[in-house]
Design a protein around this ligand. Structure first.
Ligand SMILES: [Zn+2]
Length: 389
């Protein structure tokens, strides 16, 4: 509706622009009567014949770009872009920029709009060049930096993303440490994939310098260290997760377990798990402990341990494990009934999201460090509660 209204206003704007120009230029015309310009009639004719492209071209040619019409051009260009008609938006903004009479602020605004047009059109290289120049030439232009940051994230140019984010932090006094740490993690994954684990570890250190509670950096560091055969360093890194964000303990546990196995410290692992459980009511820890109890003391002890936990903290994963433990002991009819129950719990868990973004609510079964929904970094977490792990 807004667009249609603006389209209708365009001939009015063109006409009044022409009138203003005419009044200022001509000394005297017949009072109260002005000749309607031929271009205006031509434009109206195109509009009436449902040829909006030609109509717009005509009206734009008529519109003298001066302080009275710049706003109209900018509003129209912005509307075209929002409607997805990017070619028209680009034409309007390029037409504006070409005018030598444009004031500095208006030129900057038009360049910024053109940068957004290029982004929308997928012309990221052009948008990048234009917005970089804008961000450099006009120190106040924080929006250009923000769009540049979007471009570098889309193009996975993490080094550039880090530079721009730091510039933005400086200018705006805003802490972007959470995002910058993630950019370092992205870089670390890239260089690790290129066979440079030591360089990756250095980048992870930078990530942690930016954001001490960056769980991803710790998990990645642990993974690189254990792959390199350094289980002690890996364990140190993975155990850091508890302090960084206890909700991620289920993500760190498989690595921690592997480290203790490599180090051959089984008893220590059990004590560690017990201490974790004393501080965090985590079903993942309970299941891990239940496994150790099962091996050392048999299924009855493990079953009692899980049951005691479930009495005060209900968990579908806990119930499933309890069924498994019982299945080992029972026979025939009871076993059949338990298998039916197990199928039910498995079905419940199979379709439940394991991770959720606490910014936009996006959920899924894979851990994304950048939310696919809202594009925020580090907002997706393991689901807690009765269906959580
Ligand atoms: Zn989200």
């Amino acid at each position: 509706m807004v667009f249609e209204a603006l389209l209708l206003l365009l001939p009015v704007a063109a006409f009044s622009g022409w009138l203003i120009g005419r009044r200022s230029r001509s000394v005297k015309t017949e009072r109260g009567r002005a000749d309607i310009p031929a271009d205006y009639l031509k434009g109206m004719n195109y509009l009436l014949n449902e040829q909006p492209d030609k109509a717009i071209d005509t009206f734009i040619q008529m519109l003298d770009v001066d302080s009275n019409t710049v706003e109209t051009h900018l509003a129209l260009g912005g509307l075209f872009r929002r409607r997805g008609e990017v070619d028209r938006a680009i034409r309007i903004h390029q037409n504006l920029i070409a005018r030598p009479t444009l004031k500095k602020d208006e030129r900057i605004q038009a360049l910024f709009e053109l940068g957004q047009d290029y982004m929308r059109a997928g012309l990221l290289d052009r948008a990048e060049t234009l917005l970089s120049e804008l961000a450099e030439s006009d120190q106040r232009h924080h929006s250009a930096l923000k769009l540049l940051l979007d471009i570098y994230q889309q193009e996975k140019e993490w080094q550039n993303a880090i530079q721009v984010a730091k510039k933005y932090e400086l200018r705006m006094g805003k802490d972007l440490g959470v995002s910058i740490a993630q950019f370092y993690c992205e870089l670390a994954e890239q260089v690790r994939a290129q066979g440079e684990p030591l360089r990756a570890l250095k980048l992870l250190k930078k990530a942690l310098n930016e954001e001490r509670s960056c769980v991803r950096a710790s998990l990645l560091e642990a993974d690189i260290e254990i792959s390199a055969g350094d289980a002690k360093s890996a364990l140190r890194a993975a155990q850091r997760v508890e302090q960084q964000d206890a909700d991620f303990i289920p993500e760190a546990l498989p690595l921690i377990k592997r480290c203790y196995q490599v180090l051959g410290r089984r008893d220590e692992f059990r004590r560690y798990l017990q201490r974790l459980l004393d501080n965090h009511s985590s079903i993942a820890v309970v299941l891990e402990l239940a496994e150790l109890i099962h091996e050392a003391e048999g299924e009855e002890a493990a079953e009692k341990f899980v049951t005691d936990f479930l009495k005060h903290t209900p968990s579908v994963f806990g119930i499933e494990r309890l069924i498994d433990l019982n299945l080992e002991r029972v026979k025939d009819e009871v076993k059949d009934k338990l298998l039916v129950l197990k199928n039910v719990t498995s079905d419940v868990l199979k379709n439940k999201p394991m991770y959720q973004c606490h910014h936009c609510g996006f959920n899924g079964r894979t851990l994304h460090w950048q939310c696919p929904g809202c594009k925020c970094w580090n907002t997706v977490k393991p689901v807690q509660g009765i269906e959580g792990k």
